[in-house]
Design a protein. Sequence first.
Length: 238
Amino acid sequence: MVRQPSLKKGTWTPDEDHKLTAYIMRYGIWNWNEMPRFAGLQRSGKSCRLRWMNYLRPNIRHGNFSREEEETIIRLQKQLGNRWSAIAARLPQRTDNDVKNYWNTRLKKRSVILENNNSASATTSPSEIISSNSNTDSSTLLNFPTTDDFPGALEPAAGFSIPVSNGNNTVVVDDIYTMKDNFVSSENYWEILCFLEQPLMGESFGCESESPNFQLWHSHSQHYYCDPVDNFWTNPLV
DNA sequence: AATGCGGTCAACCGCAGCGCC
DNA sequence: GGGCGCTGCGGTTGACCGCAT
């Protein structure tokens, strides 16, 4: 009798991330339950899907919720309840898991205060209340520069400190190692590229440099940006 | 230096919805 | 209509980290 290898749980390793990303880039998403086996992963399909949807998928931002986003979450949560996927759909580049975590860890308490303040003063805007609230987490008050603020600018690299305008001097950008966001570091870019040029599933990649995907990738290499319009990642074979 | 505690967030679990047969 | 498999969603857990003592 062939024993089914036990499925791994817990934190994903960089190697597992690479395997999953490379597989989806090459073959697309076809069946979450079958994919792990073909991708050489000892993970459940659910685990792979979750990892892809919440972390590896391109065009995802983590942390540094803007004040506008906070207000949107608070407003929509009031309107829709805990329908996190619906709320996340209204927040570009945010995942339902991120929105849910952010709500549970930060906004939930603040929302209660907001309610109290609103009942006390119906004329005060949410942002004013957030700003004036002494219990407010200082991290929510940072005017964190985004790529929306500086179109075409490079995203700060992982581990770098950047100046903020809340009185503290710097904030450390979250450590990322690959494709966590739209942008990846040049080091990771080449690391990924090297990985993708390795044979997958025992077959050669052949002339990857002539493939549409490769050219798309290089066409964005200035900013290492994966354009969602290209549908490059989610459906690489089209 | 060691320990405790609270906050954060990645990941798991269970369930509901949907489509297919 | 019912069973089955797959996917998506929301609640919850547990590991990790920073800070206070």
